[in-house]
Design a protein around this ligand. Structure first.
Ligand code: PLP
Length: 419
């Protein structure tokens, strides 16, 4: 499919074929995997011209596709990055060896000693470690908002961040892992614009779109600067790879891609091919998983041993979160959490009784995964911060997969009897 044909095509269509043209692969309908570390030049002058185009953006080869060495870029990355950008409706994309490689690369590209960043709570444990454990060792600061739909709360947290140093990044993980708490992206963009006027430079709004994925939520359309997605989850979709992607404006993404050359955390040719292949079916996979999730969430909500279910499909009409959901999300997703009456002991008893659902971290795969958040994904987050984010000792995260919904409900039913 030629690049010019992108206009007017829907993301589902772009996900199937965009980014690779069979002419590039001797007519093969699917892209070949270019398993190579380096690329041959026809002449020494050509080699120099390729380097000039790559590093300086000048010379006779600007605008041509040429490769140097796979850490700098390879054909599989070209195909995947074009497709990721097209699906997200962004100008450019850059792919990494994991979601955390993508997050770390944003931090290294944009945060300097003395700067501050703002994020929500709860937030994925790895991102919490990055901004509250590792980056402070290089002199940066972090502040957190507790309700990303509450303008007063977000503004107060932004002021607290700015009191520590210039605000460089506003991180919005929405829905947040594991409680599916929402962050209002329009609000974040508005606040970033205002802070830009105040500070003289605008903080970047970075969205983590991992929990809903590119079809159920389209952050770029809300004017955010960068959209990060752990491709390990819904996009990869089979719990058999790790990858991360960032989409956004050309100048921001090109800066990240150039730095990736040095960090060396690009996505390898085989995994890039796997993700490209899996993107073809992500829309239908997530539709089925979301339908199953609705059934499972309804069952859990009606069970006497379940205290609460934080499923986006249950947001109360008229609530602030519901208004954000209606504006921002196309669907409720298939990852949510539920809280048992009781704590860790009850949760562990139930988990140990499951026969079909797998007790494992991660989400977005074809199989249903369940975990106890406080003792796994958010283990390294201090208890008081976990509680602030709504993660109790009874919280369990469920990523509903593609099995038959009645089998999933049957498994939960028998496991809950053991509690
Ligand atoms: C919301 C969120 N962001 C980022 C990541 C990190 O992604 P990866 O495991 O691909 O490094 C995860 C992983 O679970 C996640 O849940």
């Amino acid at each position: 499919m030629a690049k010019d044909n992108i206009k007017g095509l829907r993301p589902e269509t772009l996900a199937v074929a965009y980014g690779y043209d069979p002419e590039m692969g001797m007519g093969s309908v699917k892209p070949p995997i270019f398993m190579t570390s380096t690329f041959v030049y026809p002449t020494a002058q050509h080699a120099k011209n390729v380097h000039e185009a790559y590093f300086d953006g000048t010379g006779p080869l600007v605008g041509e596709t040429n490769h140097i060495y796979s850490r700098l870029g390879h054909p599989g990355l070209d195909f995947l990055e074009k497709r990721l950008a097209a699906i997200d409706g962004a100008e450019e994309a850059v792919a990494y060896s994991s979601g955390m490689a993508a997050h770390s690369s944003i931090a290294l590209a944009y945060v300097r000693p003395g700067d501050s960043i703002l994020h929500g709570r709860p937030i994925y444990g790895g991102v919490d470690m990055l901004y509250n454990g590792i980056m402070p060792q290089f002199g940066s600061h972090a502040a957190a908002y507790l309700d990303g739909t509450d303008e007063v709360d977000v503004r107060a947290a932004a002021q607290a961040a700015m009191a520590k140093g210039p605000l460089k990044l506003i991180i919005a993980e929405t829905p947040a892992n594991p409680t599916a708490a929402l962050v209002d992206l329009d609000l974040m963009v508005r606040i970033a614009d205002e802070i830009g006027e105040q500070q003289g430079h605008r903080p970047l709004v970075v969205v983590d779109n991992t929990l809903l994925g590119p079809f159920a939520q389209r952050p770029i359309a809300h004017g955010v600067d960068l959209c990060m997605t752990s491709l390990t989850k819904y996009c990869g979709g089979h719990s058999d790879l790790l990858a991360g992607g960032i989409t956004g404006r050309k100048e921001l993404v090109e800066h990240l891609r150039m730095q990736r050359t040095t960090w060396g955390n690009h996505l390898d040719p085989y995994t890039a091919w796997l993700v490209l292949r899996s993107l073809e079916s992500v829309a239908v996979r997530t539709e089925r998983a979301m339908e199953n999730a609705r059934g499972v969430a309804k069952f859990l909500r009606s069970h006497p041993k379940v205290a609460d279910v934080t499923y986006l499909g249950f947001l109360e009409e008229g609530s602030r979160a519901r208004a954000v959901y209606d504006r921002q999300c196309n669907a409720a997703g298939s990852t949510f959490s539920f809280h048992l009456h009781g704590g860790e002991a009850e949760a562990f008893r139930m988990l140990d009784q499951l026969k079909l659902m797998k007790l494992a971290v991660s989400l977005g795969g074809s199989e249903t995964l369940i975990c106890h958040s406080a003792s796994t994904t958010h283990y390294a987050v201090a208890q008081e911060k976990r509680l602030e984010g709504g993660i109790t000792d009874g919280t369990m995260r469920l990523s509903v997969g593609l099995e038959h919904v009645d089998d999933l409900i049957g498994d939960l039913k028998q496991a809950l009897e053991a509690v």
